[in-house]
Structures are given as C-alpha cells and as structure tokens.
Design a protein around this ligand. Structure first.
Ligand code: UDP
Length: 405
C-alpha cells in the first residue's frame, strides 16, 4: 500500500508534515466514498490514488461501487450529458429506474454508521434518500454544471438539497440557486501510480512494441474514453491538418468505462472516419491499454492533445504535463486551470480545427519551445494537481464538517 512518506522528494516535506498533522485530528474517523465504476474515467482514477493515502494518514476510508445494469447506466449517461447541457427527454420511466436502482443498492450497502459519506457524481446521488442521515453527506460532482438541462437540474436538486456540501471542480460550476454550502476542489493525479510513475526506457520500448507503435515519426496522442465530449472525430480532423505540414502519427487511446454505454458507438464512428489512415498505419487506435501502457504512451508522445468540447477537469492533461510532454488542449471546463496558454501548454478554441493544428505544428517544429512548455507544465502540476494537495483538501473539509477544527 502507498504511504505518505513515499511522496518525499516529490513534494516538500513541509506538506507531508502538515498532512500528518491534519489527519491526526481525524484518526479512526470512518469515511466512505461511493461512485459508480471501479474502472475507466477520472473518478475511479482519483479514488485509487486518494483512498489508500487517507488510510495511511489514519482516516478509515472505504469505497463502495454502485451496482447497476445497462439500462440504469443508459439513463445515468443521459443525465451526465444533460448536466453538460444536452437536452434530455426526462421520462417518468427514466426517473423511476434511477431511483429504484439506488434504493436497491442502499438496501445492501451498509453505510449508515460512517462519520462522513462522500457520494461522487449523479449516478449514486439519490441514495441519500434511503438513509436516516446522522452524519455529514458530501456530493462531489466531477462534471461541468455550468449549463445543465433545466428540467433535469430541477429534478436532481431535490436530492442535492439533502446534502451538507456540494463540491465542484471549477468556480463556474457553482450554482447560486442551491441553498447548500458549495466548495471548489480541483482534482489531482497520483505521481506514484502505474499511470504516472517514472518508467525506464526499456519498459517504454517493450510496451510500444507490444502495441505496434513505431517511433519513426513524432506521435500525437489523445487519451480519452470514446465519448463525444472528448471529440475523437475532431481529433482525426486536426491530425489531417497537421500531417499536411509535418509527417507524424496519431494515437487515440481509449477505453470504455463500465458506466458509459455510448463508447462502442463512438469508437465505430472514429474507426470509419479514420479508415484509410488506420490502414496506412498513420492512425492507431489503442483500446483498453493498461495504466502502464498509457504511461509509456504519454511519455513518448511529442504532443498530447485534449480536444474536449466539454470537460469537468481533464486529468489526462495533468498526466501528460507531469511527464514533461507538451499539451495542446481546448479551453473548456477545468483545462485552463492546468494549461496556462503559452506558458504550461497551448489552449485552443475547440471549434478551431486549423488553429489547433497550427499549435501542434509549432511544438513539433520548435524543440526549445516544446521543452519550455513541458518544464513549466510539470512544475505547475507539482504545485497544484498532485494527490497530496487533494488529500489536504479532503482532510480540511472533513475536519470542518465533523467539527474537529
Ligand atoms: N484513461 C485510461 N485509458 C484510456 C482512456 C482514459 O486509463 O484508454 C484514463 C486517463 O488516463 C485518465 C482518466 O482515464 O486518468 C480520464 O480522466 P479525465 O478526467 O481526463 O476524463 P473523464 O473520463 O473522467 O471524463
């Protein structure tokens, strides 16, 4: 299991000492996180990083994954899209299924004796209705709430109101109409996870060989679930522009999260659109890569692209920056917190395909620019987006909510 002292040399000792001090006030408090997938996507990624460290610090932190079938996840993906501004047909049947699955889950999920309960994202949001609340409940929403479908938002508010605190990733996602306490907490990556840990050259070479990814020309990479908000079709467009100027290769690495049923359809569309380029070996679709394989890929890429149309935060951006790989990313959601345009990477307008391609070409053709962006990017992540900072945030919030401050 990971320990706080393993982070010595990555973050200053003062930060680690402060975490121990904060945690000591919460020794043996029992906290539980609930989300809806153990695999795929940023939330699971963060919980894998955060929960062991909470335990090492002395807080008893557990994790439960909501159990639901494909119909339920179709509904919650529609809710996810609706919260990110897409109009939704909010039928009674969808609402019923959403509630029923949460009620059933609550019956065999015994979280009533914990000292604090942290619910992640909309899938398990209504579960709060099925407990007699005797501790603080936090709703941690990781998605962009700046422009939700009004009917859906009205419906979900009925459950959100029951919480003591809502946490979002960006100030634009705060909702003034909600009469509950709201805070901003930026997500974070774990520099010691398989996804982010330093890798020897030979390990990188082994994994690239396994996936038949040659390094004879520069690699442009996007790592994302096959999701329309990640705009993989737009990525292929951008790549076509770039290769008119620089000979390079595109790798689209994607997985299918178990709570995201739209992935296969999007993947098929990408495959059709990039068909000839795939046949020539200039576009490589890498499906279901392991963490260490994603790590290797992010390290050897000349540019990591994140061409999202909407994005709660975009952990992939910090992951690439931490590895010293220059990033070009859309100025949406939490991405501008990570990419300071021209300093720690380049920000682009998600609708400006040619502009995005130009930025990539700039990096590919200017080695010193690439190096400067990469160096500053890594330090920006060290200061702001490592799991140690996230742990500090949670410890402070828990102390406050439990009145031990
Ligand atoms: N990811 C992965 N394999 C893939 C695609 C994504 O491991 O094929 C990981 C990625 O490295 C990151 C997370 O899934 O850690 C995605 O988080 P992000 O915040 O970027 O987006 P989300 O999927 O939560 O919308």
């Amino acid at each position: 299991m990971k320990r706080l002292e393993d982070y010595r040399g990555i973050v200053p000792d003062e930060i680690l000492a402060d975490l121990h001090k904060r945690a000591s006030r919460l020794y043996d408090r029992h906290v539980v996180h609930v989300n809806s997938t153990a695999q795929g996507g940023g939330v699971a990624e963060m919980l894998y990083a955060l929960i062991p460290l909470m335990n090492d610090a002395g807080v008893d932190a557990g994790w439960r994954v909501l159990v639901g079938g494909p119909d339920f996840f179709n509904v919650t993906k529609a809710f996810h899209n609706g919260l990110q501004s897409e109009p939704i047909d909010l039928s009674e049947q969808k609402k019923r299924l959403y509630i029923q699955v949460n009620e059933a889950f609550s019956q065999y999920t015994h979280i009533r004796h914990h000292d604090a309960i942290i619910i992640h994202d909309p899938q398990p949001l209504p579960i709060i209705k099925f407990y007699k609340k005797r501790q603080p409940w936090i709703w941690r929403c990781h998605i962009d709430l700046s422009d939700p479908d009004p009917k859906l938002w009205e419906f979900l508010q009925g459950y959100i109101l029951r919480y003591d605190l809502m946490i979002v990733s960006h100030e634009r996602y705060l909702r003034p109409e909600l009469p509950i306490e709201q805070r901003i907490v930026n997500p974070a990556i774990d520099p010691l996870s398989q996804k982010n840990i330093e890798l020897p050259e030979r390990t990188i070479a082994k994994y690239l060989k396994r996936h038949r990814i040659p390094l004879d020309k520069p690699l442009i990479t996007q790592v994302s679930r096959f999701d329309k908000w990640k705009d993989p079709l737009g990525v292929v467009e951008v790549f076509k522009h770039v290769r008119e100027k620089v000979d390079c290769r595109l790798v689209l690495a994607g997985n299918m999260a178990t709570d995201d049923p739209e992935g296969f359809g999007i993947f098929e569309k990408v495959r059709r659109k990039a068909g000839a380029l795939i046949d020539r070996g200039d576009v490589i679709l890498m499906i279901g890569a392991t963490d260490i394989e994603i790590n290797a890929l992010q390290r050897v890429s000349s540019v990591v692209l994140q061409k999202s149309l909407r994005e709660g935060f975009g952990l992939t951006v910090s992951e690439a920056m931490w590895k010293g790989t220059p990033v070009v990313a859309s100025a949406v959601g939490g991405i501008p917190l990570q990419v300071i345009d021209g300093e720690t990477g380049f920000l682009v307008d998600p609708t400006d395909v040619a502009g995005c391609a130009d930025r990539i070409v700039e990096i590919l053709t200017n080695e010193s620019l690439a190096r400067e962006l990469a160096t500053r990017g890594r330090e920006h992540v060290r200061e702001n987006f490592l799991v140690t900072r996230l742990l500090g945030h949670y410890l402070a919030l828990l102390a406050e909510l439990l009145g031990v401050d």
